[in-house]
Design a protein around this ligand. Structure first.
Ligand SMILES: *Cc1c(COP(=O)(O)O)cnc(C)c1O
Length: 401
């Protein structure tokens, strides 16, 4: 028998272990021991999809025409709903046939885009920390991954000046994401203008992940790459219904932007999948057409949780600036601990689950991500448990920076 007959392909071996999977194991063990976990680890919204969305799905199920294979390129109705939504939010005109593509969740598209556009050895620029799909997709495609380190001092924004000239010249794709997961950072419009100028100069395809388009607070309105002059000529943007509409399990998102890039992704996907169940596309269309009050209520809910948790963390010594968007807080670990040790310590002593920053790449070390995916009662319980376990943040030992 050949020695490696059952070994998976090298591309699988090159992937770092998926930290969420490891965290799941530890959570399962803690549960077996009878611990009441407060899981603030994943970016998985609590609660149900909006009632009109559920009703639209049920009504669609009754339609005999939706039970077959959906069209590869998505239903025309959903694609029109996407471009109308875009026009309403960003005043950008998009062609529903060539500039919008429904996806089985945006993670699917973000990953497959790399397979569609990256040859082995091509340079792909990715921030560190980053949402794992932004570097795992390129790794699967065999990319020469070049990381752009983010830092607290740089407000977790990409520093384009720090990218070496020869790397920029060779780069094929650049992934970025503001409002940002995991750091909750937001980027000013000028930053987007700089990115577009940079990408045009070096002829790099920009891949912007705007999955927190609506989860913004205090009047802040996130920027779309496509509303920046020239943005649509150089890039694509990914959106999801998972977060705003509590539809993470439904698997529905979309890509919009430069038609050639959308076409490449569509071509790859026609070889891999059959698209989204039409009933779910009908429901997603309803979601995008919900009145503004729905989104305002969602924003209100996350803002309340943000304020509540910030106040609780402040009592424990963490001084964290209020976030303008996302469903996360990004907080420094207790001094002298790695993010994995700190998250593990927290899990074992309190049953509170957070995500170690290292799950998002080396640039996330020293921090943990806390998701606002529980109501204020549960968040209060989490803070109490930290208090009782004596877990605090001590600035006096950090040194003044
Ligand atoms: C949650 C999340 C996604 C995943 O969205 P799906 O549409 O559910 O696949 C993509 N990007 C970022 C940055 C996220 O936080």
């Amino acid at each position: 028998m050949r020695e490696n007959w059952i070994a998976p392909a090298d591309r699988l071996g090159s992937l770092p272990p998926y930290v969420f999977a490891r965290l799941d194991e530890l959570k399962a063990r803690a549960r077996e021991q009878g611990l009441d976990l407060i899981d603030l680890g994943m970016g998985n919204p609590d609660g149900m999809a909006p009632r009109p969305v559920i009703e639209a799905a049920i009504a669609a199920f009754e339609n005999p025409l939706v039970h077959g294979y959906p069209p590869f390129e998505g239903t025309a109705d959903f694609r029109h709903a996407i471009t109308e939504w875009y026009k309403r939010c960003y005043k950008v005109d998009l062609d529903p046939d060539s500039e919008a593509l429904p996806l089985l969740g945006s993670k699917e598209g973000l990953t497959h885009l790399a397979l569609a556009y990256v040859n082995p050895g091509d340079v792909v620029l990715v921030p560190s920390p980053a949402y794992p799909a932004h570097f795992r997709g390129p790794l699967i495609a065999g990319a020469d991954l070049q990381t752009m380190e983010l830092s607290a001092e740089g407000n977790w924004l990409i520093d384009i000046q720090a990218i070496p000239e020869d790397v920029a010249r060779r780069a094929k794709l650049l992934y970025f994401n503001y409002p940002n997961n995991p750091t909750a950072a937001t980027a000013p419009r000028e930053f987007f203008e700089e990115m577009v100028a940079f990408a045009r100069h070096y002829e790099i395809l920009l891949v912007h992940d705007l999955c927190y388009a609506e989860l913004a607070f205090d009047g802040y309105q996130p920027t779309s790459l496509l509303e920046i002059p020239g943005g649509k000529e150089i890039g694509v943007e990914f959106h999801t219904l998972s977060k705003t509409y509590n539809m993470a399990g439904w698997r529905v998102g979309f890509a919009v932007g430069k038609s050639e890039i959308i076409q490449g992704l569509r071509t790859l996907k026609t070889n891999l999948d059959y698209g989204i169940f039409s009933a779910i596309q009908a429901a997603a269309q309803t979601a995008l057409q919900l009145p503004d009050e729905y989104v305002q209520r969602v924003q209100q809910r996350y803002r309340e949780r943000r304020d509540f948790l910030l106040a609780g963390l402040a009592e424990l010594g963490w001084s964290v600036a209020p976030t303008k968007a996302t469903m996360y807080l990004w907080i420094p670990c207790s001094v002298g601990m790695t993010s994995a040790d700190f998250a593990l310590d927290l899990l074992q002593k309190t049953g509170v689950v957070v995500t170690p920053g290292s799950a998002f790449g080396a640039g996330g070390e020293g921090y943990v991500r806390v998701s606002l995916i529980a109501d204020c009662d549960r968040l209060g319980e989490a803070i109490n448990r930290l208090k009782q376990a004596g877990i605090r943040y001590d600035y006096s030992t950090v040194g003044v920076s």
